[in-house]
Design a binder for this molecule. Structure first.
Ligand code: GLC
Length: 427
């Protein structure tokens, strides 16, 4: 693939993955991450798709976001997964993903199929809306999206924010980093144990939330078996509160919100530093369980507070050092989702001692790289950002728009033609 063709190929991919449906008399358009593997609409994927769409067709970006917002509940929650086409074979009764939806009776084959999941994903919505405004400078295009954004972040604040000012997750998929080894301890899984054991522990979290609590958010947050304050999700959250402040500034009638959201962002930043920063290892780590013990696995999430513009320099420098360390993250095709020095790291993203591929156990992903390229630029590391962007392009030349990549060889892993890998055109 030639450099000039990357943009064309990305656009073609997004067009081919576009689906239009009519629901309650209105037409909605969105992009599926992969027609074979992921034939539905996912929350953070759609926000990434919208960002890439702003390069080709801002109106299409707006429609992508509108179809997500069509499923916003009265309290502000937006599900991480919208099934739309309920007759798709992957929404068949035996599809395990169903456990992520409400209604216990869904487990019985004869009952109605679910429309959405009951989980969240990293809250990058305000960022996507901001990019839409940036691409066009047209406030009219985002005016009706901003109140919906406010409601979404208010839901997060009301339902997921703990007293310590950090957001809690109730299932591994909620971070989008599904099988990261940072969750192994919480799941009670030890590297080297059989793959089926991992699967059972992993799935039982959602089964428990579904069967015991029917996914009622307040109860799951309080008593559910999985409780993690994830460094990536909280970094995305605080960065988005700052975008939300800017959006409210753009929409004049809502100006009074601006200062409040920014102040909230700073509080989340301070909480992240206070609770998740490990002074010995000079990186951020998730908090596990309700007692909040710090995880000790160095993953790409540990670097993510870098995406916040107002992260003090004393944290920026050590994080960039980790990122550029050739023993940890600066592998031939950076940035692996797990530091190469970690015992759980696998370049082929497998469970140690098994042939089973699992997401986020060492592969390089385009969305986290995209975040880190911007973060490096924001903190003044332009040469390093350019180098990382170049290596992202060479990954796509070499292996196409794969879901993720082997950080040592650049070989593709996971699904083919994954839509958010087109973020490479935004670097
Ligand atoms: C995988 C990823 C998740 C993503 C989904 C759809 O499950 O781990 O982050 O949203 O695929 O692409």
């Amino acid at each position: 693939m030639l450099l000039v063709n990357i943009r064309d190929a990305a656009r073609r991919l997004l067009e081919e993955h576009t689906r239009t449906v009519t629901w309650r008399g209105k037409r909605y358009t969105f992009t599926v991450p992969s027609p074979d593997t992921y034939p539905f609409q996912w929350f953070w994927d759609s926000c990434f798709h919208a960002i890439v769409w702003t390069h080709f067709d801002p109106e299409r970006a707006r429609r992508e976001l509108q179809s997500l917002l069509a499923w916003q509940r009265p309290g502000g929650f937006i599900p991480h997964l919208i099934f739309w086409d309920r007759w798709e074979k992957k929404s068949a009764p035996w599809y395990v993903g169903w456990m992520e939806s409400g209604g216990r009776s869904r487990f019985f084959p004869t009952r109605a199929r679910p429309e959405t999941s009951e989980l969240m994903q990293p809250p990058i919505l305000a960022h996507a809306v901001y990019r839409l405004w940036e691409a066009t400078g047209d406030v009219a295009l985002i005016r009706d999206l901003v109140p919906a954004c406010n409601r979404y972040y208010e839901w997060l604040h009301n339902v997921r924010l703990s007293r310590d000012r950090l957001l809690s997750l109730v299932a591994p998929y909620e971070s989008g980093l599904d099988s990261t080894p940072a969750y192994d301890d919480v799941l009670g899984y030890r590297s080297g144990r059989p793959a089926w054991e991992y699967w059972l522990r992993y799935r039982s979290v959602v089964a428990h939330n579904a069967l015991r609590f029917d996914h009622r958010q307040h109860e799951v947050v309080r008593w559910g078996p999985f409780h993690v304050k994830d460094a990536l999700v909280n970094s995305v959250y605080l960065q988005n509160l700052a975008f939300l402040a800017k959006l409210n500034d753009l929409v004049p009638e809502r100006w009074e919100w601006e200062k409040e959201y920014f102040a909230q962002a700073m509080k989340v930043r301070d909480a992240l530093i206070k609770k998740c920063w490990d002074p010995k290892r000079q990186a951020f780590f998730n908090l596990n369980g309700r007692q909040g013990s710090r995880s000790n696995v160095l993953t790409v999430a540990s670097l993510m507070p870098l995406i916040f513009h107002w992260l003090p320099r004393q944290y920026v420098e050590p994080l960039v050092e980790h990122l550029l360390n050739p023993d940890e993250f600066w592998l031939p095709y950076p940035v692996p989702s797990v530091a190469a020095t970690e015992p759980a790291f696998s370049a082929k993203s497998r469970l140690i001692g098994s042939d089973v591929y699992r997401h986020w156990r060492g592969g390089t992903w385009m969305n986290t790289n995209w975040y880190l390229v911007y973060a490096l630029r924001r903190h003044g590391y332009d040469a390093e950002a350019d180098e990382l962007a170049d290596r992202c392009r060479s990954l796509v030349f070499r292996s196409g728009f794969r879901e993720c990549f082997n950080p040592q060889t650049g070989a593709g892993l996971g699904a083919e033609q994954l839509a958010w890998t087109t973020l490479v055109v935004d670097l």
